[in-house]
Design a protein around this ligand. Sequence first.
Ligand SMILES: Cc1cc2nc3c(=O)[nH]c(=O)nc-3n(C[C@H](O)[C@H](O)[C@H](O)COP(=O)(O)O)c2cc1C
Length: 207
Amino acid sequence: MTKEEIEKTITAFKDAAIRSKNAGFDVIEIHAAHGYLINEFLSPLSNHRTDEYGGSSEKRYRFLREIIDQIRSVWDGPLFVRISAHDYAEGGMTPEDYIEMARWMKTQEVDLIDVSSGAVVPARIDAFPGYQVPYAELLRKEADIPTGAVGLITSAVQAEEILKNGRADMILLARELLRDPYWPYRAAKELDVEMEVPKQYDRGWVF
Ligand SMILES: Cc1cc2nc3c(=O)[nH]c(=O)nc-3n(C[C@H](O)[C@H](O)[C@H](O)COP(=O)(O)O)c2cc1C
């Protein structure tokens, strides 16, 4: 990318934030994970630039820094950033490497880091229940910033354990909600939590 293209892209993020605001969205999450463009700037495996956008971690972070600043100039609502905390490859980013960047995000008034992993380069990922939770836990503790945990979280008790033990501040589900769209209701019931439901669900939900 030329510097002009970088500038245009950063402005496009800002314009998207303005459109999101006008459309009434409650939260903006910047996607800096899963091998997409911002992730490619962050990781030394994909960022081989020799200008001010590549090299040291500070320079690789610069593209995201400018995007966050531009979005923050037009958006005062909740702002999340999704990261890939681990590249699972020699010479790539690790959760420890992200501590510094997470601290920078905090100073830029990012409200929460949504901690996923992988996809900058092909890698064998040893995925098991809650496998990405330790990364959310590490960044929460070391950078003192709220984090979200995602990845093979499937049961209410598992989700509650993560929250109650202070390992993350938010749980994100993907595939389990495809398998069971009623998961939030079942989880509330399992954990004996009262949940506000649409009126027509009331009679179906009281046993
Ligand atoms: C159908 C589908 C679409 C997804 N789309 C996105 C996406 O647009 N952005 C994203 O960050 N992750 C996306 N993901 C990844 C999920 O957010 C999540 O990180 C991943 O599925 C692991 O969580 P899980 O075990 O709860 O499914 C998607 C996953 C699925 C199954």
